[in-house]
Write a protein that binds this ligand. Sequence first.
Ligand code: CO
Length: 215
Amino acid sequence: MESYKKLLLANKAWVQDRMNVQPSFFEESSKTQKPEFLWIGCSDSRVPAEEVTGTEPGELFVHRNIANLVIHTDLNMLSVLQYAVEVLKVRHVIVCGHYNCGGVANAITHKHLGLINKWLRHIKDVYRFHDRELSAIPDGQARFDRLVELNVLEQVQNLAQTSIVQHAWQLEHAPTIHGWVYDLRSGYLKEIAMIKPGTPLDDIYRFEFDEADHS
Ligand code: CO
């Protein structure tokens, strides 16, 4: 059997399982969604957002890209963020990185990889911001692990600096922003940062909003 057919067969089995547990599952879930969480994670196939968090369909609004980056000119990410925050009114935004991230690994080489160089350039910037700390770590794996964490910390800051989040903090006193790292070696998530609504930012990033303002 061709590999892709396995997916379609598994889908049929999944529908049956769901219907056996809750006959109204699809009827209910087709009506609306009210997720409490936005997950911004890596595209890596080993970090399935719902599976590692034990969440069900309808609980996570998800955006994934290579190395879980929050780039302030990325219309895709910003559209997901705006919709999640302003329309769905999620209470928590989670940026989840993971150890042994291929995007981060490639960013710290000198390899020319084509278009993706431009995306991974943002991780090279993270390295430069934290060069002193990273260069002082002699062990290569430990330095790589720390860069994965620092990358998440930077993305958490990038989120808080968006006008979308700042405006929501003012209007709704939400969302809380979280930085997590998933450990492929153990399966555990590690909390490394949390920014509560209203936390002061570096002043240069602070926006003042008029009543009529939108993002
Ligand atoms: Co990755």
